[in-house]
Write a protein of this length. Structure first.
Length: 506
């Protein structure tokens, strides 16, 4: 039995080494061929910290090529600079043009955690936002709505369906504003609704075309508030390709492409291949102004308690932190945590930050999944840091490739003068994956091996779950992880789950 397993192991490695050559050669497909003697080299982009934002533009380029790079910050972070491998600052702009050098290069986009806390809004100040609501009559779709500051110029787009013509943009009083499908509207000091009208006007039937061998299906593309997409609908043959592009408006960030509520693709621009059925892709955007914070919450709050998104594997116990940002020194703090079914935090392991001094703490459970934490008789200085952390074990039988939400609400904090103030909150989640599931598709197979090898070689897989690819939990992605994933595929179950190294909060 051991001999047969070793033969399978060696056979898989042989097939992998053969496929790597083809895979590596076929992966790079430049628009124009490089000059003889000038092979393309790899440009690797890194976000630091990884939860601070996303980077775009990495890949293989011919030396001397001009590459457009972009860094996009996530909620609560701001972009600071780009540095090279030597740590030298090469740009302070989140988007800039970079000239590719001769060898492989690594550039790092740096982000700083800074959720911000604006003061009381005043009319015409940067703290005031208004809704731009878009509506579409029968015959088409619209995109570009959202919340914007007065004076912002927003491009709204109307896309007619087949057999319809665009009839114009109209305000709430029925007055026509523009006959341009792509209309630039200037935000005023009030919330407004714009309606796109469409006229039914089918074209005369054309001559019958030659029969096609492949079936056709409908592709529908929609966008949430805060951004636009480059196409609304298209009838495509099976196997036909089309480039889809999502563009976020000012004050918004792109979250991803979703199908039936599930994440499909995180790249803002990608090539979609039509399958064997109708499909609707939704581009989602999140409101994330650099300053001030979301105006849907009161802007006179002086503190914020928030959670982050963490990734875990089956059988691990992770440290889940709770963060506090406060402008003034605080005394008593009370809040409620609600964990998704399947998550059972170890409340006995709660560890307070060194900055939280003198507190006595109590924990009550109103329900099986809800915990009320009360901190009293202590003090927390102003600043931005971890308030406390809790160990959360991940059961072996949990559903994988799934996010489990953790909610925080009913927050009450007391300042040094005895006044009770409210605080803004942000929920978090723990996403659970199988060990070795590098591409996050809930199956550990040869694709995860090639994805991990691609990451080691500086390639950028469309989806890559670093924590899951780190099969031996040494916080590095290397050839040892490749062999560990192969072991998992071959059924060596002892490599499938190892406890994660606990990291104490700073």
């Amino acid at each position: 039995m051991a001999i047969m397993k070793r033969i399978r192991y060696l056979t898989l490695l042989l097939l992998l080494s053969c496929s790597m050559g083809n895979w590596a050669q076929s992966d790079f497909n430049p628009i124009s061929p490089s000059e003889p003697g000038e092979p393309p080299t790899t440009l690797t982009l890194v976000a630091s910290p990884s939860e601070g934002g996303s980077v775009y533009g990495g890949g293989k380029y011919v030396p001397g090529a001009t590459v457009s790079l972009r860094a996009s910050n996530k909620t609560g972070f701001v972009f600071t600079k780009w540095t090279n491998a030597a740590g030298e600052t090469i740009s302070s702009n989140s988007s800039f043009s970079f000239t590719k050098g001769q060898g492989n290069e690594t550039l790092t986009a740096h982000f700083t955690f800074s959720p911000g806390n604006p003061g009381e809004p005043t009319e015409g100040s940067l703290n005031v936002y208004y809704w731009l609501t878009l509506a579409a009559e029968e015959g088409g779709s619209v995109s570009g709505g959202g919340r914007y500051q007065p004076g912002t110029k927003v491009t709204v787009r109307a896309t007619p369906e087949s057999a319809y013509n665009f009839g114009g943009w109209y305000d709430g009083e029925g007055q026509q504003l523009s006959t341009n499908q792509n209309y630039q509207y200037t935000i005023t000091t009030e919330s407004v609704t714009l309606t796109a009208r469409f006229d039914y006007n089918p074209n005369s039937p054309s001559e019958p075309s030659e029969p096609t061998l492949k079936a056709k299906h409908n592709l529908r593309v929609v966008a949430t508030d805060g951004g636009t997409v480059n196409i609304a609908s298209k009838c495509m043959q099976e196997g036909e390709n089309i480039v889809l592009r999502a563009t976020n408006n000012d004050g918004y960030v792109f979250i991803g492409w979703f199908v039936d509520g599930e994440l499909y693709m995180q790249q803002q621009e990608f090539t979609f291949t039509m399958g064997n059925s109708d499909i609707e892709l939704e581009a989602r955007f999140a409101f994330n102004p650099s300053n001030p914070s979301d105006p849907s919450t009161p802007t006179n709050k002086n503190c914020s308690i928030y959670l982050m998104n963490k990734i875990a594997k089956l059988g691990q116990t992770i440290t889940f932190p709770i963060y506090l940002m406060n402008l003034n020194e605080l005394r008593d703090i009370t809040f409620q945590l609600t964990f998704a079914s399947g998550l059972q935090p170890e409340m006995a392991t709660i560890k307070l930050s060194d900055k939280a001094t003198g507190y006595s703490m109590s924990v009550t459970m109103p329900t099986d999944s809800t915990y009320v934490l009360s901190l009293s008789d202590g003090s927390m200085p102003s600043g931005n840091s971890i308030l406390l952390s809790i160990n959360v074990p991940i059961a072996e039988n949990m559903v994988t490739a799934k996010g489990y939400p953790i909610k925080i609400n009913q927050v009450s904090v007391t300042e040094t003068d005895g006044s009770t103030v409210t605080a803004s909150t942000r929920n978090g989640r723990i996403s659970v994956y199988k060990n070795g599931d590098a591409n996050g598709d809930d199956d550990v197979n040869i694709v995860d091996v090639t994805s991990t090898i691609g990451s080691i070689l500086g390639e950028a897989p469309d989806v890559f779950v670093t924590e899951a690819a780190d099969a031996n939990d040494d916080e590095e992605i290397n050839i040892v992880d490749v062999t560990s994933i192969i072991d998992i595929i071959l059924g060596n179950s002892q490599t499938e789950s190892r406890p994660i190294r606990m990291v104490e909060p700073q």
